[in-house]
Design a protein around this ligand. Structure first.
Ligand SMILES: Cc1ncc(C[n+]2csc(CCOP(=O)(O)OP(=O)(O)O)c2C)c(N)n1
Length: 559
């Protein structure tokens, strides 16, 4: 049989063909003259693009897509300023272990190294952030290198890959064939390691599991729940990985993130076997590296992670298992619980502590975010998706919202402001039948609030809630702790966010009392438009537990 000679197409067209082979069904972009030929190839091949208002928004949408699907999110931006704007998304994807491929139009090859218009060395720019940065200089290698970009982004610990595309290279005609997509390999634990884990569980009196990281799917999550049920193990979730374990499962012990329940922190410190599955136990879940002794925790420490380089980075494990969450979860059914489980009461107490912490209301102003969050948690469908960025307002989500399904919370572990709106846009477009709610601080919202226009453009009825305390509240809190009373650069004079929504063609409502929130939310949903609910908060209610005045007083007393 003779092989058909490959046909001649532009490298841009070869690239888009390769994307389709790699399973890409949407890309997020801000157009640029540097990669017009790729846009045209998308036009020709029917690859859907979501056109955004800022490359930061586009890259965050691609990250949210990657988080929700486990497949690489794809973003196209122009050189120089476009790439600079997209940087935030690459940073998030690195910290969150999200597979993401960022394509950047680059200057022509024949002007490289002259400091040509918007020329940037992307290896230098993204080198410390991306898993791989490649500039494709040979049109004939587009298929090979694009296929590899997806492989690298998804392998082991997933992360971002940056592909630079010189404009003239994209326009060259080449005879190429698409490459088969690389398989994404699940690594499974060895029999000896599972045997050792079985032994450790047999000896434990007070074990505790912490789940985190990426690369989970429904089957792995279910297998983990079954394992926890058979062993009656208490399970905590790592920072911003709350949906990995059902909050209402009787074994859920709570969220080991920012402002974690002090009872949970104590419980982790007092356990005799700590099994961390999928996550890194980074600075936030390790409570600023004060949770455990370094480098060797006092308890027996088992770390399950998909990339061996991570072991011992902060904490030395007694048992290191290099496996993906799916590979590990699939092996859990082999383990047998002891005939008598000594920690049953401890598991009941852990869940009771969680329930008590997440239902205790502190004093508040006219708007009580604890009650708003509880109302949302009790009222929204269990598969509603909550997206947020960073700010103290998020502490109420972590504490009061009870997540009960994979992918129901999409938020950056890098605590990057401005993520909540683009993430919600991406989620609503990906999953049109689901209710998607974006939670934002006032400072947070205006970092990428322009993507509300994208929601309007594509008819995506997200409900964006803006928690307006007229300040960069988190920083004001830190300011009061460190420099009490010396307020600078943290006050904000805000627009009317409901009017902002209407000006964009959406629905807007303002809420100044807790009791008005449900009606505003219902009206937002009934409008079937992208909506903003402007929630006016008391600036003094800065955390779920302490007011600014209390924080200032405590700081003054100390000084
Ligand atoms: C992109 C980005 N810039 C700056 C910060 C530092 N930062 C963390 S929280 C915060 C203030 C957030 O204010 P706001 O969104 O109004 O929420 P609040 O804390 O008032 O609830 C800032 C500036 C950050 N995390 N991300």
């Amino acid at each position: 049989m003779t092989m058909q000679p490959p046909s001649q197409v532009s490298a841009a067209r070869a690239l888009v063909d390769q994307l389709l082979v790699c399973g890409v069904d949407r890309a997020y972009c801000v157009p640029g003259e540097s990669y017009l030929s790729v846009l045209d190839a998308c036009y020709e091949r029917g690859l859907p693009l979501t056109v955004c208002r800022n490359e930061a928004g586009a890259a965050m949408m691609a990250d949210a897509y990657g988080k929700a699907t486990g497949r690489a999110g794809v973003c196209f931006v122009t050189r120089g300023p476009g790439a600079a704007n997209a940087f935030a998304g690459v940073h998030i994807a690195q910290h969150d272990s999200t597979p993401l491929v960022l394509f950047i139009g680059q200057v022509e090859r024949f002007v490289r190294e002259r400091g040509a218009f918007q020329e940037v060395d992307y290896r230098a720019m993204f080198g410390g952030h991306a898993k791989w940065v490649v500039e494709i200089n040979e049109a004939s290698r587009v298929n090979e290198l694009v296929a590899r970009a997806f492989s690298v982004a998804c392998a082991g610990r997933p992360g971002p890959v940056v592909v630079s595309l010189p404009k003239d290279m994209l326009e060259e005609r080449v005879a190429t064939r698409t490459h088969p997509p690389h398989p994404v390999v699940e690594t499974a634990p060895g029999a000896a390691q599972m045997h050792e884990l079985q032994r450790l569980l047999g000896e434990a009196q007070r074990p505790l599991l912490v789940v985190g990281g990426a690369r989970w799917d429904e089957a792995a999550r279910r297998a983990l729940h079954n394992f926890a049920a058979r062993f009656d193990l208490p399970v905590a979730t790592s920072y911003r990985r709350l949906p990995l374990f059902d909050a209402l499962d009787p074994r859920y012990a709570g969220d080991l993130g920012l402002s974690a329940n002090p009872a949970l922190v104590k419980r982790v410190q007092a356990c005799d076997l700590l099994v961390v599955v999928g996550g890194r136990l980074g600075e936030i879940p390790s409570q600023s590296y004060r949770l455990l002794d370094m480098p060797k925790p006092r308890m027996t420490f088992v770390h399950v992670y998909p990339q061996a380089e991570e072991f011992g980075r902060a904490y030395s494990p007694d048992l290191a298992i290099c496996a993906t969450p799916r590979g590990f979860a699939a092996a859990l059914s082999e383990l047998r619980p002891p005939r008598e489980i000594p920690w049953r009461e401890e598991t009941r107490a852990a869940h009771a502590d969680y329930l008590a912490f997440s239902s205790k209301f502190e004093p508040s102003g006219e708007v009580d975010l604890a009650r708003v969050m509880t109302w949302l948690s009790d009222t929204l469908p269990k598969d509603a998706i909550i997206c947020n960025g960073a700010g103290n307002y998020a502490a109420w989500i972590h504490r009061y919202y009870r997540f009960c399904g994979l992918g129901t919370h999409i938020a950056p572990t890098s605590a990057t402001m401005g993520y909540g709106v683009p993430a919600a846009v991406a989620m609503q477009q990906l999953l049109p039948e689901r209710l998607v709610v974006s939670l934002n601080g006032d400072g947070d919202f205006l970092m990428n609030g322009q993507e509300f226009a994208t929601a309007v453009q594509y008819g995506l009825p997200i409900v964006a809630i803006v928690c307006d305390n007229a300040s960069y509240g988190t920083i004001r809190m830190h300011q009061e702790r460190q420099f009490p009373g010396r307020v600078i650069a943290t006050d904000l004079r805000n627009p009317d966010f409901a009017a902002y929504a209407r000006a964009f063609g959406g629905f807007g409502a303002t809420v100044e009392r807790t009791s008005h929130f449900p009606a505003a939310f219902a009206a937002a949903q009934e409008s079937r438009l992208p909506a903003i609910i402007h929630v006016k908060m008391d600036p003094d209610r800065i955390t779920p537990t302490a007011s600014l005045a209390e924080i200032r007083r405590a700081a003054l007393d100390k000084s």
